[in-house]
Design a binder for this molecule. Sequence first.
Ligand code: PLP
Length: 398
Amino acid sequence: MQSKPSPEPKPEKGKATRIIHNRRHKDSLGSPYSPVYNTTTYRFADTASLQNVIEGRTPGNLYTRWGSNPTIQELEQGLAGLEDAEDALAFASGMAAISATLFAHGQNGIVCVGDLYGGTQELLTKHLEPLGIPVTFLLQNESDQLTNTLNKPGMLVYCETPANPTLGILDIRELAQRAHEKSALLAVDNTFASPINQRPLALGADICVHSATKFLGGHSDLTAGAVMASGERIQPIAQWRKNLGQILSPETAALLSRSLRTLPVRVRQHNDNAMAVAQAMVSHPAIKRVLYPGLPDFPGHSLAAQQMDGFGGVLTLEVEGGQEQAAKVADSLQVFLLATSLGGVESLVSQPCATSHHGISKQERERRGITDGMLRLSVGLEDANDLIADLEKALGQL
Ligand SMILES: *Cc1c(COP(=O)(O)O)cnc(C)c1O
């Protein structure tokens, strides 16, 4: 009998379609979404079938901490799809995702480029360096020193772009090329951009990490993290996750899966609102500088326009007068909530010198371009006019 000609490959569906219809398990009730498997373990019919699963002869779930849970696996399938990655892992927090990645791939030495999230900086200097892992920090404008710094094979280059709170933009393609020339891997924290605005793996990075607490979750009601990479890179990270016990709960996984379904539309609105706020603030007399990658005179604008599909929901204002004046503005805002974090539906304001960068000396902050008059805004999904009016009113009280 002649076999049927294989059908034409179907064109890949768009990201929004795929994330909404991401479903691993069909049930007999016809529910469009999967049930939540809160189980920690799975029963077997007999010892032989248990052994078959343990020894990898047949697929099956064993224990949820190992990542072996249908609700978590469905989330991971969605996360991988967002970054067009071969594989993804979900974690209990962004720091869990970052620490497992650094342990799994940073043992030969880690070179960081540009500004880092405070928690990552602390993990590197307070925990990984004392364990004997060599760590080097290069400023954003020192990335040309990367080649010399990568002095043995198998090192890890680590960066964030856009960075916090300066929104500095790094060239992911160039960093990947320099890393690969020296047999190093490149890991990028893509939290600020979100996968809708930027996909580091497609630009040459090997590993992408996220604090899913931010845009992926999007509602300031869950803590989670994610790593996306090839199966080969993911495998050692999964071992660390298993043995450090960094899995997230199935309930949080289900909540995050729900959030992902609205990610494309949320991020587009965050982008639009942030752009509107940035444009309104540029000419305000009480504002010295607006740092936002979408503004044409922002130093990283053309690079951002090349490697990003949108400029994101975070921007930084520099208020005339310094720390006290900035605090006064933060305290007068009513729609913007005074809180650290970002990426939620509600707009937030924070003062980097008093919060995220409080632990860094003023001299070091200045070396990195972080001034005392800075206010970081996470622009939410409220009406942009209300956000602008809130800022104008607070600035008018100076
Ligand atoms: C918040 C954040 C993290 C840490 O994530 P948690 O979920 O709080 O552990 C890491 N990187 C960046 C860029 C962040 O904004």
